[in-house]
Design a protein around this ligand. Structure first.
Ligand code: TXA
Ligand code: MG
Length: 321
C-alpha cells in the first residue's frame, strides 16, 4: 500500500513540521527559484541514501548542499577569491559552486559521492530559505523528480513523480526560473561550467572577466551525472529543431507556432522570450507527454542567453535512451 505525501502551503507551522521531518531523517520536497528540490539532511547518510532510493538515482551522482546563508558555506567548501566574487554577485540565487571540500565538513560522503569537492548553493526562494533556516543543517536537494525524468516545477509534478516516497511537499506554486541552477566548478584554477542553467554564461563572464570553460564530454566525466546523455526525458520520443512538424506529432513551440497543426501544441513563449520559455519548459513537456503522444517535435530555440540551458535540457530529453 503506498502512502501519499501531504501537500502543504508553507505557513509557519508547516515549515516547523517540515524541518522536524528533515531532522528526523525524512524527505521533504520544497520549492526553490529554479525547480522543486527533494530535500534531506545532508549530514545524515541514511537520509541521503533515501534520496537516491526515492529517485531511483545512480549512486555515483553527487548532490548539491543547500544552506540559508552565504556565511554557512565556509564550513562546507573552500571559497577562493573568485568564488567569493561570484557568491557576492549571485547568492542567494540559482548558482551552484563546486568547491574543495573543507576538512571537518559534516556533509555525508554519500552526498558528495566520495569526491574531494562539494557542490553548494544558497537558494533565494523565500520558502526554501525559511525551511533551511528552520532546519539549521545543510540540506541536499536534487530536483524532485524520478531520476532521468523531467524536472518538477510545481508541487503537483512532485506528487505525480514521488508522492508516495516523500513525507511532505511544500507548495510554493510554479517556480520562477524553471531550469536548474548553473553549476560552476571553482575547485580548479580555470572556472568551468559543468551544467548550463538559470544564470547565463554571459552574466558569469561579467563577474569573472571571461566566459567559463565548458565541461569535457560525458565519457571523460563519469562523476558529473548532470552530464548524463539521456536525462530530463519525457516518455515520448523527442525531435529537435523541427520547423514543419508531422501530423499527429505533439509540438513544443517557441515564437510563432505552426498554424493549424493537427495535434497538441504547447507554446513555450509566443513572444519568443527565453526567460518565459525556461519557466514553462518542464511543465509544457509534462503536459504534452500526458496526451500520450508518441513524438514531441520541438521548434528551433536560439542558443543565446538562457537558450543554452533550455537547449541543453532538450538535447538530453532527445538523447537515445
Ligand atoms: O537548481 C538546482 O540546482 C536544483 C534545485 C533543487 O536546487 N537541484 C538540482 O540538483 O538540480 P541535481 O541533483 O538534479 O543536480 C546536481 C548537479 C548534477 O549535475 C551533479 O553532477 C552536480 O550538480 N554535482 C554535484 N556535486 C558535484 C561535484 N562535487 N562535482 C561535480 N558536479 C557535482
Ligand atoms: Mg535533476
Amino acid at each position: 500500500m503506498t502512502r501519499s505525501a501531504i501537500i502543504r502551503v508553507p505557513i509557519e507551522a508547516s515549515l516547523a513540521e517540515a524541518a522536524e521531518l528533515l531532522r528526523g531523517g525524512g524527505l521533504v520536497a520544497f520549492p526553490t527559484e529554479t525547480v522543486y528540490g527533494l530535500g534531506a539532511d545532508a549530514t545524515n547518510g541514511l537520509a541521503v541514501a533515501a534520496i537516491f532510493e526515492a529517485k531511483g538515482r545512480p549512486r555515483f551522482n553527487p548532490l548539491i548542499s543547500h544552506v540559508a546563508e552565504v556565511a554557512a558555506v565556509a564550513a562546507l567548501g573552500d571559497l577562493s577569491p573568485m568564488a567569493r566574487r561570484l557568491a557576492e554577485a549571485f547568492w542567494p540565487g540559482p548558482l551552484t559552486m563546486v568547491l574543495p571540500r573543507m576538512p571537518g565538513c559534516l556533509v555525508s560522503e554519500l552526498a558528495t559521492a566520495g569526491l574531494d569537492t562539494i557542490a553548494v548553493r544558497v537558494p533565494s526562494h523565500p520558502v526554501a530559505r525559511a525551511l533551511l533556516r528552520a532546519v539549521a543543517v545543510p540540506v541536499v536537494a536534487p530536483s524532485a523528480n524520478r531520476s532521468g525524468h523531467v524536472s518538477a516545477t510545481t508541487a503537483a509534478h512532485v506528487a505525480a513523480d514521488l508522492g508516495d516516497r516523500v513525507a511532505m511537499i511544500l507548495d510554493g506554486g510554479s517556480t520562477e526560473h524553471g531550469v536548474e541552477s548553473t553549476v560552476l566548478d571553482l575547485s580548479q584554477a580555470v572556472v568551468t561550467m559543468l551544467r548550463p542553467g538559470a544564470i547565463t554564461s554571459e552574466a558569469i563572464a561579467r563577474v569573472t572577466g571571461c566566459e567559463p570553460e565548458r565541461a569535457a564530454p560525458v565519457s571523460e566525466r563519469p562523476t558529473a551525472p548532470g552530464q548524463l546523455e539521456s536525462h530530463y526525458a519525457p516518455h515520448a520520443r523527442v525531435r529537435l529543431g523541427v520547423r514543419a512538424p508531422l501530423a499527429g506529432e505533439a509540438v513544443l513551440a517557441f515564437g510563432l507556432p505552426p498554424s493549424g497543426h493537427p495535434g497538441p501544441v504547447e507554446n513555450l513563449s509566443p513572444s519568443g522570450d527565453l526567460r518565459e520559455a525556461a519557466a514553462n519548459l518542464f511543465a509544457a513537456m509534462r503536459r504534452l507527454d500526458a496526451t500520450g503522444t508518441a513524438t514531441i517535435s520541438v521548434m528551433p530555440i536560439p542558443e543565446t542567453g538562457l537558450g543554452e540551458a533550455i537547449n541543453d535540457r532538450l538535447r538530453r530529453a532527445a538523447a537515445p535512451r
